[in-house]
Design a binder for this molecule. Structure first.
Ligand SMILES: Nc1nc2c(ncn2[C@@H]2O[C@H](COP(=O)(O)OP(=O)(O)OP(=O)(O)O)[C@@H](O)[C@H]2O)c(=O)[nH]1
Ligand SMILES: [Mg+2]
Length: 304
C-alpha cells in the first residue's frame, strides 16, 4: 500500500454553520472562503438549501456547510429548509452555532441550543455582529447563552469585518479529525454555475421585493449557452404563485424585471469574467412549493 506521508498530519472535516435566520451564516461562509458563493440579504430565510465552501487553513481543510436558518416551520418549503439545516448539523464533525449578538435571545435560539446539545456534536458558540455593539454588553449575553447548554468554546466575531475569524479557525482546527483532505487544494464549492446564477438573481429579487413576494418565488436557470464571441446567454425562470405576483414582478413597462436583470447581469459578468446576456421569464405555477421537481432543483429533500 502506498501512503502519502504528506497527508499524515492533515486534518479535514465538515463544519456546519447553524443558527436562526439572519444570524450571518452565509456572510461567514463567504468571509471564510474568501469568495461569494452564498447569497446574503437583510431578510430572513434567504438561504434555502445546504451549500459547501472549502477553506484551507494551515494543514487543515475545512469544509464549511452553510445551512438555512432554523425556525418553527409551517409550510412544506420551510419544513424542508429546516430539515436540511438539521441534517447539515448532524452530518458535521464540528458545529458553529451562530447567534446574532444584537438581538435578545429568543425561543428559536433556545430550541436550536437544545437540539445541538442533544446531538452531542463538538459545538463552537459564536456571537456575531460584534461590530454593531459594545463589548461590555456581550458578557451578560455570553453567560445567558452558556446557560442554555454545553458549548466547547464561545467566541465573538464579526462575519462582515472579519474580526475574530482567525481565532475561530484556530478553534475549529483543534476539533477537526485527522484525515486526508477530501477535496483538491483549490476546490471552493460544489454549487454549479447554473445554480449560483439563479441564486444571484434570487438575491436581487429578495432585495427588490417585499413582504411575502420573496418567499412566493423560486428561480431556476433553464438554459446556458456559450456563444462564439465568448459571451454567455443565460435564461432563467422566476416561478411565482399567482397572476397578481407576476404583474408586480414584471412591473410597469417591465421595469421590475429590468432592474433585477440589470443587477444580476452585472454581478454575473464580474463572476464569470465575460459578457452575459441574461433573459428572465416569469411564470405562474400555483403549486411550485408542492412540486417535487422544484425541490430537486433547489437541492432540497421533498418532505411529505
Ligand atoms: N453589521 C454586521 N452585519 C452582518 C454581520 N454578519 C451578517 N450581517 C448582516 O446580516 C444580514 C443577514 O446575513 P446573512 O449572512 O444572509 O444571514 P444568514 O444567517 O445566512 O440568514 P438566512 O440565510 O436567512 O438564514 C445581512 O444583512 C448581513 O449583511 C456582521 O458581522 N456585522
Ligand atoms: Mg443564509
Amino acid at each position: 500500500m502506498n501512503v502519502d506521508l504528506n497527508q499524515l498530519d492533515k486534518r479535514c472535516g465538515f463544519v456546519a454553520l447553524v443558527g436562526a435566520p439572519n444570524a450571518g451564516k452565509s456572510t461567514l461562509l463567504n468571509s471564510l472562503v474568501g469568495s461569494k458563493i452564498a447569497i446574503v440579504t437583510h431578510k430572513v430565510q434567504t438561504t434555502r438549501s445546504r451549500l459547501i465552501g472549502v477553506a484551507v487553513y494551515g494543514d487543515n481543510q475545512m469544509v464549511f456547510v452553510d445551512t438555512p436558518g432554523i425556525f418553527a416551520p409551517k409550510k412544506r418549503l420551510e419544513r424542508a429548509m429546516v430539515a436540511a439545516a438539521w441534517e447539515g448539523a448532524n452530518d458535521a464533525d464540528v458545529v458553529v452555532f451562530m447567534v446574532d449578538a444584537t438581538l435578545r435571545i429568543d425561543d428559536s435560539t433556545r430550541a436550536i441550543a437544545e437540539g445541538l446539545n442533544k446531538s452531542g456534536k463538538k459545538t463552537v458558540l459564536v456571537l456575531n455582529k460584534i461590530d454593531l455593539i459594545k463589548r461590555d454588553s456581550l458578557l451578560a449575553k455570553t453567560k445567558e447563552l452558556n446557560e442554555l447548554g454545553e458549548f466547547n468554546e464561545t467566541l465573538m466575531i464579526s462575519a462582515k469585518t472579519g474580526n475574530g475569524l482567525d481565532d475561530l479557525q484556530d478553534k475549529i482546527a483543534e476539533f477537526l479529525p485527522k484525515s486526508p483532505w477530501l477535496y483538491p487544494e483549490d476546490h471552493l464549492t460544489d454549487i454549479t454555475e447554473r445554480m449560483l446564477a439563479a441564486e444571484i438573481t434570487r438575491e436581487k429579487f429578495f432585495m427588490r421585493f417585499h413582504e411575502e413576494l420573496p418567499y412566493a418565488a423560486t428561480i431556476e436557470t433553464e438554459r446556458w449557452k456559450e456563444l462564439k464571441d465568448g459571451s454567455v446567454r443565460i435564461e432563467q425562470v422566476i416561478y411565482v404563485e399567482r397572476d397578481s405576483q407576476k404583474k408586480i414582478v414584471i412591473g410597469k413597462g417591465g421595469r421590475g424585471l429590468k432592474v433585477i436583470g440589470k443587477m444580476a447581469r452585472e454581478e454575473l459578468e464580474e463572476l464569470l469574467d465575460r459578457k452575459v446576456h441574461l433573459f428572465l421569464f416569469v411564470k405562474v405555477r400555483k403549486d411550485w412549493s408542492d412540486d417535487k421537481e422544484r425541490y430537486r432543483n433547489m437541492g432540497l429533500d421533498w418532505i411529505k
